[in-house]
Design a protein around this ligand. Structure first.
Ligand code: AHR
Length: 307
């Protein structure tokens, strides 16, 4: 067991109830609601006492929550960091207090990997690449420029940084694929709609929308329809997540391609929490398995979609 990483609460170490403090990003999207439900239900099933805190998309609230978990001497702290940078100080405080930290969903950019025990979540760069690969294939014979607008997730967040990078890496293969505008929609429907309205005003020739999540794509669809255009036809739409509302829009032909991002991280998180408390080694990186959906595939998958 690494030094300073023993469980702080001797109750759990002695086989009693494990207490976990969890700091959630917020409730910004359908994905997030499914993720929160998964964590709450799996904690209950695993008999783990969960102290849940919603940061409303603010890093300062997450830092406050983590400090309060340290004061309460929880056994484990888990959190999904809203942005990548600025965590070293508070993570060091947890380490000094002997409380292990598990990252879930989003990563931190700390150079010191001993500040957390494992990171459970998707490969966001690969998600961006999957979106890019589909687009490259669609437009492989394009004779003219294809104008793409991009709705980015929360500025500075791992999924926004990585989905952008992965997508850019792949579309660079075809110089006809051009990102003509790129702005944050903060992963919300309201912002997705607002930014898409601005894109439509500024650019008369948008061919493709790449949205970093379904909620922003759904907001953008409202703006596209209000402008008298047909989403999925006049403007090809790619998004990420594959939550029910997104899948419905894909089945309706309004979203052309969705890259799945699995929010059901609760069971894996509880397993890791138990292992860490028992002093077992855990893999430093646990990647979630994910797929993609075309409109046809979304139609077929929708009836059994869990979230
Ligand atoms: O970190 C995962 C991302 O956060 C999801 O793709 C998005 O919908 C959520 O807000």
């Amino acid at each position: 067991k690494p030094a300073g990483q023993d469980s702080a609460n001797t109750g759990a170490a002695g086989g009693g109830t494990i207490t976990m403090g969890f700091s959630q990003v917020g409730a910004e999207s359908g994905w997030r609601s499914a993720n929160t439900k998964s964590i709450q239900e799996s904690a209950k099933d695993a008999g783990i006492d969960l102290k849940f805190s919603d940061a409303q998309q603010k890093q300062e609230n997450q830092i406050k929550a983590i400090r309060s978990f340290i004061q309460q001497k929880v056994d484990v702290i888990a959190f999904s960091p809203v942005v990548e940078s600025g965590w070293d100080t508070v993570l060091k405080e947890a380490k000094d207090a002997g409380i292990p930290v598990i990252l879930t969903d989003r990563a931190v950019d700390s150079a010191d990997k001993s500040l957390y025990r494992t990171f459970i979540g998707s490969d966001f760069v690969e998600e961006g690449r999957k979106a890019g690969r589909w687009l490259v294939e669609q437009y492989k014979d394009a004779a003219e420029d294809i104008n793409i607008v991009e709705l980015q997730g929360t500025t500075g967040s791992a999924p926004a940084n990585d989905r952008k990078a992965g997508f850019e890496e792949i579309i660079a293969e075809n110089p006809k694929l051009k990102v003509i505008a790129s702005q944050t929609g903060d992963f919300t429907r309201a912002k997705g709609k607002e930014v898409m309205q601005a894109f439509l005003k500024a650019h008369k020739d948008i061919d493709v929308l790449y949205a970093h999540n379904d909620d922003m794509a759904l907001g953008a669809i409202q703006a596209i329809e209000a402008a008298g255009l047909k989403p999925g036809e006049d403007i090809v739409i790619i998004s990420v997540d594959a939550v029910k509302d997104g899948m419905q829009a894909a089945a309706d032909g309004k979203i052309n391609f969705i890259v799945e991002c699995n929010p059901l991280l609760g069971p894996q998180l509880m397993e890791a929490v138990k292992a860490v408390v028992e002093g077992k080694e855990v893999e430093p990186r646990i990647v979630t398995n994910e797929t993609t959906f075309t409109s046809e595939e979304a139609k077929a998958a929708l009836p059994t979609r869990e979230y």
